[in-house]
Design a protein. Sequence first.
Length: 245
Amino acid sequence: MSGHSKWNNIKNKKGKEDAKKGRVFTKMARYIMVAAREGGGDPDYNPSLKMAIDKAKSYNMPNDNIDRAIKKGTGEDDDTHYEEVTYEGYGPSGIAVMVKTLTDNRNRTAPEMRHAFDHNGGNLGTSGCVSFMFDNVGMIYIPAKDGVDLDEAMMVAIDSGAKDVDGDEEGLEITTSPEDFATVRDSLEDAGFQPELAEITYLPQNEVELTTEDDIKKMEKLIDALEDNDDVQDIYHNWKEADEG
């Protein structure tokens, strides 16, 4: 059930960031703009844009904000260009951390990442230093609701190419390869199942517990510092938090 506990982390992160909607909306707008600029403004023909829109909607981002971000992304008058840069490093006691950013200035973002790690018991590493500890997968979560046939959703997911399906009384977690993610998600939606969360993410192959209160506080502060940075889109780590059971 490692996927289940990690997915709970994702949901908990969503709830935490919901309290900072202004900052979340800024990050989501940037994500949508880049996807629209690179693949066009029609989500039916741009899987990356569809995924960005779905993620924005999971944070309850208003449609007007989404539309403005798409238009800005496809506009030719905007000379601000973002690039995706992933930073890798270590938290307290060697916890593996990957940080996905969208930045218009590496010379600003890199020192900010280094500062966040250095001041919270960690250190920024080189590209590839921890990414081998994670699996890149698609994750889709279908919550248990009245009228939702989870057995049927499971069959749709398997038939459309899911790698693994894990269910309990709360809902259905579906794991796919990154290549099959869009196909499985679209098949579920076409069959009438609406995912609560759906994204391509990184799951740790093994999780590590922190044994001292000092390290736990440092790790929490590191995550908070990274989340507070407007350039940061996603944070992945292999810390096994105490409330995961």
